[in-house]
Write a protein that binds this ligand. Structure first.
Ligand code: URA
Length: 433
């Protein structure tokens, strides 16, 4: 078989066979197919697409390119949750303990942040001592004991995806539905959970800007999961502005703790209860959505969800004093206010620009090797629909630089202020089963 023929076939809009897809995935992973041919194929897929069968084959071939994690020594029905990526997305810190609080095991493999998106591991490392590099045995023991553990993804999970994702990132081929679906689902399938709940983001800050595209992506991933033996549900949720009010690391932990302690009743609580409800239904702990939602909400109110978070942090060496007393979390030297340049209503907040502004402050990485500064970040004071007067504070930049000009400019470019009040945003658009 010749790679050039596979590229030509897809370029002409034809369906690739399983043999051809595996030839490409295996050859690219081992290095016999060069980047330029892989790039050409990715671009052909970008324009010509892949049908359900091809996408499922691509996914399985990427799973088979590396190790799979065996979670069979964890008792109970393991559920995983995955977000397609957003700014201020601290939902994993919420769904994990909420679901664990009713006895459902959550064995979570997470990543680090790159560019404008943050990473769960970086955020957790705001807590001094927290160890994400626990052994497999420790990970399994912690899940069995506390129903929740988080570890860094092992090096050899879906290596084909790792290589391809890096290539897509620099060849303008990320936002293709079959390629995103294959990429995300290969990692989820390789990490061994029995059921998967996907939080598919839609809107200006998401890969998929329209509801139609987000729904197509969600359906594709649900099909792949169900066809490859994992019960999968997708919730399509809004990403037209950052999630919650805090973007960074320690400040996101603080916000999550306040939700877990029942002190915040907002979008974060609503979305995490939605996702957690589907997780516990898939784990067969509850029969109906209403029952699941009510019980999980009760566990926020009665402190059980926060207790599950505390136990999880403690078991991984994290300093629980920092979550018991949030003032002990890392903080920044300066608080710089960014003010509204005119009066009106906030009509848009570009989530990506807010993520980039946080990265400029040091909360994220421009390159893989950058160090994270856990104490810096952005606190939004106004969100879409809020009325503002000229000079009101839009955001506070928690910064170690007294005059973070780049971040100020980026935040100002992210906010749009209009004379008329915008329509209210819908947080949860659809559930795809
Ligand atoms: N996240 C992934 O893991 N892969 C993609 O292709 C897009 C988002």
């Amino acid at each position: 078989m010749r790679m050039v023929d596979v590229i030509q076939k897809k370029r002409n809009g034809e369906e690739l066979t399983e043999q051809e897809i595996r030839f490409f995935v295996d050859g690219y992973t081992e290095g016999s197919i060069p980047d330029y041919q892989a790039s050409a194929l990715m671009m052909a897929v970008y324009f010509r697409g892949m049908n359900d069968k091809e996408t499922a084959t691509l996914t399985q071939a990427m799973v088979d390119s590396g190790e799979t994690i065996d979670l069979s020594s964890i008792q109970g029905h393991k559920v995983d949750k995955h977000s397609t990526g957003g700014v201020g997305d601290k939902i994993s810190f919420l769904t994990g303990p909420i679901v664990a609080s009713v006895g459902v095991p959550v064995a979570k493999m997470s990543g680090r942040g790159l560019g404008h998106t943050g990473g769960t591991l970086d955020k957790l490392e705001s807590l001094s001592g927290f160890n994400v590099e626990i052994t497999k045995e420790q990970f399994i023991e912690n899940v069995n004991k506390n129903k929740l553990a988080v570890a860094g993804q092992t090096g050899n999970l879906a290596p084909a995806d790792k290589k391809l994702y890096a290539l897509r990132d620099v060849t303008a081929t990320v936002d293709s539905i079959p390629l995103i679906a294959g990429s995300i689902m290969s990692k989820k399938l390789a990490s061994g959970a029995d059921s998967i709940v996907l939080d598919v983001k839609t809107g200006s800050g998401a890969f998929m800007k329209t509801l139609e595209d987000s729904e197509a992506l969600a359906r594709e991933m649900v099909n792949i999961g169900n066809n490859l033996g994992r019960n999968t549900v997708a919730v399509i949720s809004d990403m037209n502005q950052p999630l919650g009010y805090e973007v960074g690391n320690a400040n996101e932990i603080k916000e999550a703790v306040e939700v877990l302690q029942g002190k915040r009743v907002d979008d974060l609580r609503r979305l995490s209860l939605e996702l957690a409800s589907h997780m516990t239904i898939l784990a067969e702990v509850f029969d109906t959505y209403e029952e699941a939602y009510a019980k999980l909400e009760e566990n926020i109110e009665n402190g059980k969800a926060f207790e599950a978070f505390r136990k999880f942090i403690e078991a991984q060496g994290g300093n629980v004093a920092m979550i018991d007393d949030l003032s002990k979390l890392p903080s920044s030297k300066y608080q710089v206010e960014v003010k509204a340049p005119k009066s009106g209503y906030v009509s848009a907040i570009d989530a990506e620009s807010i993520g980039v502004a946080a990265m400029y402050l040091g909360a994220g990485r421009a390159t893989k090797d950058d160090e994270i500064n856990h104490g810096v970040g952005i606190s939004l004071k106004k969100k879409i629909g809020d009325e503002v007067s000229e000079g009101d504070t839009l955001v506070v930049l928690n910064s170690d630089d007294e005059d973070p000009t780049d971040s100020i400019e980026k935040v100002l470019s992210a906010y749009e202020i209009d004379a008329s009040k915008p329509e209210e945003l819908t947080l949860i658009h659809k559930v795809i089963k």
